[in-house]
Design a protein around this ligand. Structure first.
Ligand code: SF4
Length: 360
């Protein structure tokens, strides 16, 4: 059973750490995008019903009621097993929560990133911890208790104490799912560029170094486990039964179809990507492009992202014999009953591990 991803790359502001193809656009560009998106969905040969639906972006939570209703009416399969909408804290009202529930949404992912005002302020977001707490109650009252909260380790001004404060809030709020990302430092975000090139505008000089970020992550793993929220993927933690069904499809290489700018699709063999920019997508000139995929290798190391690990095929066992031996000796991989998985240390160095497999 495949999943559907809808991309809505529109935001109220561009957060300093964000390296997604999202941003602030004029209203007419957004309106045109909605029409292009509807047209793309209607062109799809719906001979199947999606099991999961994921509205990401961007901030699809900000979609006006009529737009959201109109879009979701074009997707068959309601009630979906899991239908997630990404939302920005500070934007959730009882009306909005009721609308989402009414449209078949049954999971909300909140981009809180931090519960410490100073850190939140530096990202360009405007919510406070109290706002997130209040909005979680609003969601629960609308029957939307299946909530994910995103946290980022590595934000400007973050310290061991402030990280603990964010985790204390998680404990108080008790969401069934938490995602913990380590700040990605690259030229695609303003904070990332400033860390790489220097500058004072986004607080790069006050970002914790790599070792501290790794320590924050380890603290989160421990604290969340203590709350019964267990890591099931490198960045994702859930109470039993609340793992994201949609995202599991990515890690298990199950099929999904993506609509919208920068959306990807995968049918089990071939990966396709829509044009990345809103302008190109709206112009409708660029067709989806085939993304070179080495599905067999991907199955192996994308599977390694999951804490349950991966069972290498005899061929993979032969091909990857040398790095598997090396990483086991280094304590980064472990094998149990024929299943290979990253150790706690291996998770922290997972980029290096994956790169090594990819370079083979
Ligand atoms: S983090 Fe989310 S809300 Fe902020 S710019 Fe990126 S996509 Fe938009």
């Amino acid at each position: 059973m495949a999943g559907v991803y809808l991309s809505y790359p529109f935001c109220a502001q561009k957060c300093t750490y964000c390296n997604f193809a999202s941003g602030v656009f004029p209203a007419d560009v957004e309106a045109r995008y909605v029409e292009t998106l509807k047209a793309e969905i209607s062109r799809h040969a719906w001979e199947w019903k999606p099991e999961t639906l994921y509205l990401g972006g961007g901030t699809p939570g900000n979609m006006p009621a009529g737009v959201l209703r109109g879009l979701l009416e074009t997707i068959p399969g309601r009630p979906w097993l899991e239908a997630t909408i990404e939302a920005a804290p500070g934007s959730i009202t009882p009306e909005r929560a009721r609308l989402w529930a009414d449209c078949g949404i049954n999971r909300v992912s909140l981009g809180a990133q931090s519960f410490v005002d100073k850190e939140i302020g530096r990202t360009g977001r405007k919510h406070t911890a109290e706002v997130v707490a209040r909005e979680i109650m609003v969601l629960q009252a609308a029957g939307l208790g299946n909530i994910n909260i995103d946290l980022i380790a590595g934000l400007s001004g973050q310290t061991a104490a402030s990280w603990r404060e964010s985790l204390d809030w998680i404990e108080r709020l008790g969401p069934p799912h938490v995602s913990v990302y380590m700040l990605e430092v690259d030229f695609d975000s303003r904070l990332g560029s400033e860390i790489l090139l220097g500058g004072k505008r986004y607080g790069a000089a006050q970002t914790p170094n790599e070792d501290k970020v790794a320590a924050f992550y380890e603290t989160a793993v421990e604290r969340l486990a203590g709350m019964g929220i267990e890591r099931y993927e490198i960045s994702n933690f859930a109470r039993p039964g609340f793992e994201s069904r949609h995202n599991l499809k990515y890690w298990k290489l199950e099929p999904y179809v993506g609509f919208g700018a920068d959306a990807h699709s995968f049918d089990g063999r071939t990966r396709m990507a829509n044009p990345e920019s809103v302008e190109e997508y709206n112009a409708g000139l660029a067709a989806p492009e085939r993304v070179p995929a080495r599905v067999d290798e991907e199955r192996f190391f994308v599977g390694l992202r999951l804490m349950e690990g991966v069972r290498p095929t005899p061929d993979e066992r032969r091909r990857f014999k040398e790095p598997i031996r090396r990483f086991r000796e280094a304590g980064l991989l472990e094998t149990k009953n024929g299943v290979l998985r990253l150790t706690d240390r291996g998770v922290l160095l997972s980029n290096e591990v994956f790169q090594d497999f990819l370079d083979l």
